[in-house]
Design a protein around this ligand. Sequence first.
Ligand code: AHR
Length: 343
Amino acid sequence: MKAKIKKIQFFSSIIFLATVAFLLIFILTKDKKPTPAKTEEHSEKLILGFSQIGSESAWRTRNTQSIFEAAAENDIQILFDDAQQKQENQLKAIRSFIVYQVDVIAFVPIVEDGWDNVLQEAKDAGIPVILVDRQINADPSLYAGFLGEDGLEEGRRAARFLVKKCKNSKGPVNIYEMSGTENSSVVRDRAKGFREILSSDSKFKIIHSEDGDFLRSRGKEIAENLITSSHKKDGLYFEGQKIDAVYSHNDSMTLGMLDSIEAYGVQTKDTIIISVDAEQKSIDALKEGKLNCVVECNPNLGPMLMELVRKIAAGQEIPRVTYNPETFFTEYDDFSSYQPRGY
Ligand code: AHR
């Protein structure tokens, strides 16, 4: 009899434990949602995490628009972050893209250095990275490729125009340079390409290089300082030397400089002014004779970026470097052939 009772107790315990185990499995799995990147809806669309550096210029605004427009046309979902000109914000954004498990990461590196760790984290997570607009100092195995402008060629184009413009001058030709964000690849390249061409003729002298951070407010301030410290109105001067040519690394700074030149009534028709970007406002200034040459930096990177994103997502290799086609505009052009710039 005792043995029979024990047998019943043994089977009751087994049934009880099986019921508890079943209930536990049911409760634990019932409400479990998949992580956002893996929902049904998300798995159909490619997700691109994109970190932009900010909106310091009309060029930058157009660059962001181009990427959003092309993403919509390609049915690619963008996770966007505006870094407000801070590298630390870009690092945070890229880390959040990794946590979200996006398919591809694209970012505009505000400066060249300091990306190795975060790129290694992306690599470890199996997420390919595309550099947009600016390049970096890092092991090339940490990213899939670069898409953007050829800054060296932009600098060379600016210098070739100056050489042509000054072909009848004995010199010296005093050049004042306004450069953009320090430690950014685009500044390095624009400066290098410019010097490369001018180095063959010693009459060209870069008398000063000032960091204007790609900002209109800085261009205005720089010109104001030059004007108020020289007390002269027949041109721009730096420490007593007349400036024959200004090489400005972007239109925002150039337009800021023109603001001060106009505000103080300084005569600059003999000053050669060369700018980079080719926004509509600087093309208008070229037509009005306020500028002499505008080198294009093409912000419309969206369509090419989406093509690269699709290729990478399909497991294909992309080129290490993809340059966007660019041109330049000068005072010698037939202005009637110009198309609206769109930015
Ligand atoms: O990196 C491209 C440069 O950044 C553009 O010339 C400038 O306008 C922008 O701020």
